[in-house]
Ligand binder design. Sequence first.
Ligand code: UTP
Length: 225
Amino acid sequence: MRLVTKIGGSLFKDDLNHQKISAHAQVLREIRRQGHQIVVVAGGGEIARKYIESARSLGASEAECDQMGIYVTRLNARLLISALNDDAFPEVPETVEELRKYFAMGKIVAMGGLTPAHSTDAVAAIVAESVNADLFVKTIDAPGVCTEDPKKHPGAKKLDEISVGKLLEMLQKKSLVAGAYELIDPVAVRVIERSKIPTWIVPGDDPANIRRALDGENVGTKVVP
Ligand code: UTP
């Protein structure tokens, strides 16, 4: 199978916990060794948001702030490459063309952002489209897609399944400024919709959830395109 996974920025907190990064890499290595092809897209997390806030305070335009976020996601991808070692292609693609070339080499390709005005979720969905992925798995800092934000509403219920239409409805009021994408970037959802990409949004606290989604287990939320 061809798997594209977006590792949420929550893995890349201030402390850059190497054990957690290594645990994610270990799961990806095992999946690769079973014959699957993988692209992993790293999010920006807290560190990207700090750079973006600082750049904005210094008078940078939103596009420059986005670019700042892109640099951080690419650095995060390099951390994944270090953790994946021989299983990873050693370079981070900066365009879809580069991605396709590197992907053809057979190793895990780790990457970050591409261009301003969207998130790494959108990048991962575009990548899934480009490599004709069988599965797109996005990890988040929550049990899955919930009826409400579980951080603000403890009674929020996790949904086992959601249609792209309903998901887009939920996202309608979200902001698109640099560093502010929450649950999932609507651009990603539209790409999932147009190419009917089988998608799972799973809790990122246990990297084994990526493998569970690949195995068709009931984990997180299935997005029905
Ligand atoms: P992320 O998309 O990772 O945002 O990139 P995030 O909020 O940290 O998302 P999670 O937590 O990983 O899910 C950080 C910022 O980099 C810019 C955007 O400003 C984004 O908010 N970016 C990233 C782009 O402009 N283009 C890209 O292709 C990727």
